[in-house]
Design a protein around this ligand. Structure first.
Ligand code: CMC
Length: 391
């Protein structure tokens, strides 16, 4: 078979066959293993959803209890990982800290046995259990505090908020955070999942798989957009400034953060649910100063760019929810990673089931048959400032 057409960003090119999730971008439908995201948000929990994604079906009561128990048991971090984190600069981005810590797990659990179901199960449990502890620990350590130990009597979402804010969360806040994790758990072959699959296809260890995906999620065109949305709302500052801002972005052809999606051409169903969750939080804990601006943004962008299928994506309202939960802005993307680990692991496991190393081709555009040029005769390529020795 010869495939010659080059599609930038691999748009529309199937990279795998998968039974994990399904998106209908025209109808605004997202399903995990065939179950609508709205149903999971209403009835499931993040850990039950993670089980569904990774093992392919909803767990029985006994299975779910065992899975939850295993995860509680593995939440703590080795003191060497905590010591390593203490050496990170406080000014460093938490996504970089998370990527380093996820990769470091490979040093502690180095035996690689990808054909052993117990190894797979333990790696899944460790990653799901430890990633939230890493995110919370880095947050406290960069403030100069000791990390808070996980609490076995708290559920997954409540325990994370407890470790982060050093106090037990309100039950509504914990439930809403758990739903946010469910909403972010999986989304077909997005950039970070593709990165995870490529890494997995080399048969490396799962910690390297997750570390590579964390690095990919961090970019502002992917998971990093949720942070940028809050910066953008802050910069706009008032409802009156929204339309001039949108007009300027359109004139300058700059991207409006939290809008647009490669697949969705209508409002992302997760954005609709997140907006509802934000409103529940505002009702109980007070309005967010940026919400009116966000509503006006949605209205203005939909009017002006709706014909191109540009509507709010998952990152538009999630930041407003996280702010009410006491999560600092630069932890929004790490929180996205906590959830997406479930999807990455599901794709890792699926990839191992029918693995072939990813090795696409390219269309070469450079010169050929060039002779070797002596050093005295070469044209200058680097800018002078790079060519000068650094002092
Ligand atoms: N603001 C203004 N115009 C946009 C936007 C936007 N956010 N997104 C797409 N467009 C326009 C774009 O200018 C182009 O117009 P034209 O055809 O006239 O040149 C058209 O829509 C197609 O855009 P594209 O960049 O080719 O679309 P893509 O599928 O390559 O990119 C995207 C998808 C999500 C990277 C892009 O919409 C974007 O940069 N959005 C802002 C960043 C963002 O919110 N990212 C989060 C994505 S969802 C969650 C996640 O993946 O983590």
């Amino acid at each position: 078979m010869t495939v010659c057409e080059y599609r930038p960003g691999l748009e529309g090119v199937p990279a795998t066959q998968s039974s994990i999730s399904y998106v209908d971008g025209q109808a605004g439908i997202l399903e995990y293993r065939g179950i609508r995201i709205e149903d999971l948000a209403q009835h499931s929990t993040f850990l039950e959803t993670a089980y569904l994604l990774i093992w392919g079906g909803l767990p029985s009561k006994v299975e779910l209890e065992a899975f939850e128990h295993e995860i509680r048991y593995h939440r703590r971090l080795k003191y060497r990982i905590r010591d390593m984190m203490k050496c990170f600069p406080e000014s460093g981005h938490p996504m970089d800290a998370l990527q380093a810590c996820a990769a470091a797990l490979g040093l502690f659990y180095s035996r690689r046995a990808l054909d052993n179901p117990v190894y797979i199960q333990k790696a899944v449990v460790r990653l799901l259990a430890k990633i939230p502890t890493m995110v919370a620990a880095f947050q406290l350590m960069r403030k100069g505090n000791d990390p808070v130990q996980p609490r076995d009597d708290l559920g997954y979402a409540a325990n994370f908020l407890y470790m982060l804010n050093e106090r037990e969360p309100d039950p509504l806040a914990a439930r809403i955070f758990d739903i946010c994790l469910t909403l972010h758990a999986e989304h077909t072959i997005n950039a970070s999942t593709f990165s995870a699959m490529v890494t997995a296809s080399t048969l490396t260890d799962p910690y390297a798989v997750v570390a590579s995906a964390v690095g990919t999620l961090a970019g502002p065109l992917h998971g990093g957009a949720n942070e940028e949305v809050i910066d953008m709302l802050q910069q706009i500052g008032s409802v009156e400034n929204v339309r001039p801002f949108v007009d300027r972005c359109i004139a300058e052809k700059s991207k409006i953060m939290g809008f647009g999606h490669r697949v969705y051409k209508v409002k992302d169903p997760r954005a609709t649910i997140l907006q509802g969750l934000a409103e529940q939080l505002f009702e109980k804990f007070g309005q967010d100063e940026y919400y009116e601006i966000a509503l006006e943004m949605e209205q203005a962008v939909s009017e002006k760019l709706g014909h191109k299928g540009i509507y709010p994506n998952v990152d538009f309202y999630s930041g407003l929810v996280y702010r009410k939960l006491g999560i600092p802005t630069d932890l929004f993307t790490p929180v996205f990673a906590i959830a997406r680990v479930a999807g990455w692991l599901a794709h890792w496991k699926e990839q191992l089931g029918e693995n072939r190393i990813f090795r696409p081709t390219q269309i070469y555009t450079g010169p050929r048959q060039q002779g070797y040029v002596g050093i005295e005769d070469r044209p200058q390529i680097w800018d002078k400032q790079f060519a000068a020795p650094s002092v």
